[in-house]
Design a protein around this ligand. Structure first.
Ligand code: MN
Length: 171
């Protein structure tokens, strides 16, 4: 995916999120706050402001991906997305995110392999990776940590718990 497409998609994700917020509240003061908030987000993306921390979300399930991307964007993270392990690897190398959320079960290249490659590459090895898996299977956590993941969480995502792990790794 070109960075132009990612940029467009990102704007789309953020604007959908904020529009749904605006529509769900009748309070005109809140509308103004939300509109200013949207303007700040757009400004930060366009100016490349480093104060917004960038999260790469690698997830092949469209519904999970869009929902999590919107929820993170609302917390003022800049979110970029990849839909398979190889795309995730390419985007990590190109965009140098501050943190990666890595689904493990992915097409083209699975999340364990992609993480192993990121951790073997000195230009990407310091980026924290949180593995995400729908299967609460025994051994998944160990396998993820062995592949080099820094943390592990299960889907469906409990946002507060995941944000805690993200903030700990970014601290
Ligand atoms: Mn998956």
């Amino acid at each position: 995916m070109s960075s132009q497409k990612v940029f467009k998609r990102l704007q789309h994700v953020k604007s959908c999120d904020d529009i749904s917020c605006v529509e769900s509240h009748a309070d005109p003061h809140l509308d103004i706050i939300l509109k200013n908030h949207t303007a700040n987000i757009q400004y930060n993306i366009e100016s490349g402001d480093n104060s917004m921390r960038k999260i790469l979300l690698v997830e092949d399930n469209e519904m999970n991906r869009d929902m999590l991307a919107r929820r993170l964007a609302r917390r003022e993270y800049e979110v970029i997305v990849a839909v398979d392990g190889q795309a995730g690897l390419d985007m990590a190398r190109e965009h140098k995110p501050d943190l990666i959320l890595m689904d493990l079960s992915l097409p083209v290249m699975d999340g364990w392999t992609a993480t192993g490659k990121l951790k073997a590459d000195e230009t990407t090895r310091d980026i924290p990776v949180i593995a995400l898996t729908a299967h609460a299977m025994t051994g998944d956590r160990e396998k993820a940590l062995e592949a080099g993941c820094d943390e592990f969480d299960t889907k469906p995502v409990e946002l507060k718990r995941l944000l805690g792990k993200i903030e700990d790794l970014l601290a």
